[in-house]
Design a protein. Structure first.
Length: 190
């Protein structure tokens, strides 16, 4: 893929399209995901009730160079079902987070399929050397996905955060995968 900083991103998988958000994508669906406590619990964030204008400012604040807001859309219908955020630092490390906001797609391997394509883009196109994610200790689906994709749990930050659900202390895990590790995983040898 040929891409330059600031260009819109478009990544296709078998079932999904992962693409840069545009103004017209800031819809009631996106606002409803952010306001859904069960969706936001995966990130350990409180529900966020934003106006259309607030959501638009937030979503358009990503520059498609060092910060990306990438919608995940069903390829058949074009309907947005979730999103990734990606932040890249000066050390060629990218931190990602993912939300599957449409509950009809929960448990349907959306993250595994789309994250694999996103990793290909980050490593092969952007030249990123390491990708990390920071799930909390109760986010078992994220932990499963990171392990299944070949990420290494590099750290457990004990009692790092307060749970938005019950105010208990939660561990935060730091998962990482290096470019050569992902290349081996893609070849089926990792």
């Amino acid at each position: 893929m040929i891409w330059s900083p600031g260009d819109l991103v478009e990544i296709e998988t078998v079932r999904f399209l992962v693409r840069s958000i545009e103004r017209e994508d800031v819809t009631e669906s996106l606002l409803s995901w952010m306001a859904d406590p069960e969706v936001m619990t995966g990130l350990n964030l409180p529900e966020r009730r934003m106006s259309q204008a607030q959501a638009l400012r937030w979503a358009m604040g990503f520059d498609n160079a060092r910060q990306f807001f990438l919608l995940v859309c069903d390829r058949t219908t074009g309907t947005p079902i979730g999103f990734f955020t990606v932040t890249i630092d000066s050390h060629k490390t990218a931190e990602t987070a993912v939300v599957v906001g449409d509950r009809n797609y929960w448990g349907k391997n959306v993250v595994m399929e789309t994250r694999a394509a996103l990793l290909d883009f980050l490593f092969d196109t952007l030249g990123i050397y390491k990708v990390i994610g920071r799930p909390h200790g109760r986010n078992l689906s994220s932990i499963y996905n990171y392990n299944a994709m070949g990420f290494t749990c590099e750290a457990v930050l004990r009692a790092q955060m307060l749970s938005v659900v019950d105010n208990d202390r939660l561990d935060q895990l730091v998962y990482g995968i290096l470019a050569p590790e992902w290349a081996e995983k893609r070849k089926g040898t990792g």
